[in-house]
Design a protein around this ligand. Structure first.
Ligand SMILES: [Zn+2]
Length: 74
C-alpha cells in the first residue's frame, strides 16, 4: 500500500485490473496515478517512475489520504 497524491483536474478511474488517473472530462487518455505521466491502459507499470499501477485506489477518511493497493511488486 502506498499513499497517492491527488492532482487538481484529475480523477482516478478503475479499469478492469488497475486504477489510473484521468483528466476530468477527457476519456481515453490515462495517466500514472503516482507521477501523472501519460501512460496507456495496456501498461502494467509506469515507464516514467517505474511503479506498478495499483488495482485499487481508495479514500481513507480518517486522515484524509488516498491509498493505492495491489501495486506491490512480486
Ligand atoms: Zn509514474
Amino acid at each position: 500500500m502506498e499513499l497517492v497524491n491527488t492532482k487538481d483536474g484529475f480523477n482516478f478511474k478503475i479499469l478492469k485490473d488497475k486504477t489510473l488517473a484521468v483528466a476530468a472530462g477527457v476519456d481515453g487518455v490515462f495517466y500514472c496515478p503516482f507521477c501523472y505521466s501519460q501512460t496507456s491502459e495496456t501498461e502494467a507499470k509506469c515507464a516514467s517512475c517505474g511503479k506498478n499501477f495499483p488495482e485499487l485506489i481508495y479514500y481513507h477518511g480518517d486522515d484524509d489520504t488516498w491509498i493505492a493497493s495491489g501495486n506491490e511488486s512480486n
